[in-house]
Design a binder for this molecule. Structure first.
Ligand code: DNO
Length: 352
């Protein structure tokens, strides 16, 4: 396992120097943020990110994300242009040693929450999701925390309109079309693709979502059966789906080398669909983080991990989910779990 930390580039309030001081940190997960979605990233910008990481003694082997242009998800006539740009980004990133790209295929919105500062009893605060609140919103006049605010309301309306009649099957076919074009490039340059699950893992605002559960993964793997076509195993996103058996999935997909990247965080269920994010510790939430890490280790997982969303603690008011303190605590906890479980597994092997 390689422990990494998400870094939002030179504008991140958390410096690489601080990230490096977190015990066990080997590298960062970053991206180019100033280029419009769908365009080719400049070699200079990529090289500059790489140099900053090198200078700080951190690796830059994972990119999160190279976003997928909506025209690709919609299967529009000009998608091939954006797909070719995507291929070029894969090539350019591989030139500087990137090994894994995290992306998602969620229409319009990425992750959705209704509150970014839900207070817990201990005075910390974190992100939360309330389904009734989401359902009461008019997607055409949205002002939701956490989604890409780069759309004007007219653009957003037009985009939502374009998805109006799209079925899950069509969206899935568009994903397969995209993957069939990019996977040959991934094989050529040695890049793993790691699709992020839908967050939350169900349809919202009538938009189809297709990467939410085991059946979705099975369909994805059989449609594009290639080693580079893998997943970002995000415990918090998948875990919001009460029917997802995370321990089973972690074991099964690490055994099949399908997990190229893992996001580890915990959530506490409040009722059937609602949840709030908690500290990473198993006992802090509803997910068995110990059980999940154990399943990853036993399945032979050796890829990248990052502590996902943290709370705001100790007076910090960080980027929602991405402050320093709680994610650093999360990294230490996760490192501890891996060390204990890996050593336990080795001991068992030698005593057999
Ligand atoms: C949220 C993140 C997601 C993720 C994208 C990947 O905190 O996990 O925004 O980066 O879905 O494309």
């Amino acid at each position: 396992m390689k422990m990494t930390f998400r870094w939002y580039g030179p504008n991140d309030s958390i410096s690489l120097e601080k990230i490096r001081q977190i015990p066990g940190m080997t590298g960062v997960v970053t991206a180019v943020y100033d280029t419009p979605v769908g365009n080719v990233w400049s070699r200079e910008t990529i090289a500059s990110l790489k140099k900053q990481c090198d200078d700080a003694g951190l690796e830059m082997e994972v990119i999160e994300s190279v976003p997928v242009h909506e025209d690709i998800k919609l299967g529009r006539g000009n998608r091939d242009v954006y797909i070719e740009n995507y291929c070029e980004n894969i090539r350019r990133l591989s030139e500087v040693g990137v090994k894994c790209i995290c992306y998602n295929f969620m229409p319009v919105f990425d992750w959705l929450r209704t509150n970014l500062k839900t207070e817990a009893d201990d005075g910390s605060n974190s992100l939360s999701y309330n389904h009734e609140e989401i359902m009461s919103l008019d997607p055409k006049n949205l002002s939701l925390p956490g989604w890409d605010e780069s759309y004007t309301s007219d653009e957003l309306n037009a985009l939502l309109e374009s998805y109006k009649d799209m079925s899950h099957e069509q969206l899935f076919d568009n994903l397969v079309y995209f993957l069939n074009k990019i996977i040959p490039v991934c094989n050529e340059v040695g890049m793993n693709m790691a699709i992020h699950p839908d967050d939350p893992p169900w349809d919202v605002f009538g938009l189809p979502r297709i990467i939410s559960c085991k059946e979705d993964y099975e369909r994805l793997f059989s449609a594009v059966p290639d080693d580079t076509n893998g997943i970002t195993f995000c415990t918090g996103s998948l875990g919001a789906g009460r029917n997802n058996d995370l321990i089973e999935m972690a074991y099964e997909y690490s055994k099949r080398n399908k997990i190229h990247f893992a996001h580890i965080r915990n959530i506490a269920y409040s009722n059937e669909l609602d949840f709030r994010e908690t500290a990473h510790l198993t006992e802090a939430g509803s997910l068995d983080i110990y059980g999940i890490v154990k399943a990853l280790v036993e399945g032979g997982f050796t890829e990248y991990v990052r502590p996902d969303h943290g709370r705001n603690i100790w007076g910090e008011s960080g980027k929602p989910g991405y402050g320093l303190f709680d994610r650093a605590l999360g990294a230490c906890y996760i490192n501890g779990l891996f060390e204990a479980i890996e050593k336990g597994v080795k001991q068992n092997e030698t005593s057999l």
